[in-house]
Design a protein around this ligand. Sequence first.
Ligand code: SF4
Length: 387
Amino acid sequence: MTKKAFDVDAFRRALLAWYDANRRDLAWRRTDDPYEVWVSEVMLQQTQVSRVTEYWPRFLERFPTLSALAEASLDDVLAAWSGLGYYRRARSLHAAARVLVDRFDGKVPESAHELRELPGMGEYTCAAVASIAFGEDVAVVDANVVRVLARLTALAADPSRGEARRAIRSEATRLLDASRPGDFNQAMMELGALVCTPAAPRCDACPVAAGCVALERGDPEGYPISSGATGTVELREVVVVAIREGEVLLVRGGHERGWWEGLWTLPRSPLSETDDPREIARSLVVDRLGLGCESLEGPTEATYGVTKHRVTMSAFLARGTSGSCDGDAGKTVDFRWVAIPDLDRVGIPAPDRRAIEELAGGETSSAPSTTLAAVELEGPAGHSPST
Ligand code: SF4
């Protein structure tokens, strides 16, 4: 790794002084409770700070302790997580809480090494929790830190790969201030979030500009170097908001890509370039779900992202549906009719929730008939209603 000669102590002092004066006043920075720090760090992975600001206090209000989280049902945890995305995090958090209560007396382990033994605990989360909650001198490396270090050193290789990746970790460890590891890690991430941004970094306001090789070369935005191959995969799909007496049909399990395991979603079907969305929606409702349908309205279109996929969703409203989901799909996934006012209490992925709000938002006054029992056909998960 190319290094411009600079004083490491001066670097640490400058960075921490800047952090002390400029850090955002985020709620989770006011606690050193390991459980609360842990929840915040899990939420912060791949999620905007503004969303975590909204979800973190609400989640802790619902599950104020590790024990409360461990005792909760997975459905309740997923419902509280609903809208944050990347639901695997919520499932792992819940599983890890149960392990801690069962085998570790309900205490969060103090070292990154021990934390790594828990379900779903990656290198980033372990280092963040251990350094912030317990003061362990272990460096955090997230996308912000990678960008800052790649620019500081003008790293001549793609830092997501092989030797360059190891070089970034080693540099993060070398620079870490062991006297304030939690603050130092947060300062590096904060610098990447506020100053050393992906586009148009504010080098004139950067506390460590004096040691930055990329700036010296006049090309901060040229780093990190990307070797490409991060292509987005475009997908199309149809979803159906099937309404019956003020209730919406939800299904669980069987997404063809394994997404949203444990959550309740709208019935959906993938769409090829040549498929007619309305015809696929009709076929999904009538042929696959085995429902009668008075009218099919829409579509409304929306896009959302899941990992490297960008999905264009065409959503239809199926009014006046009837029948009992006895089509092929009914035999392979769970079904449930949920009264619209009760949807807030169900774990539903954000794109599906938005589709329901858009297409069925005006239906809330239509109370479900008390004579209609909820239909829930149990069956093995892991099959798509579209297959
Ligand atoms: S000087 Fe500019 S490119 Fe270098 S670390 Fe600071 S903000 Fe990033």
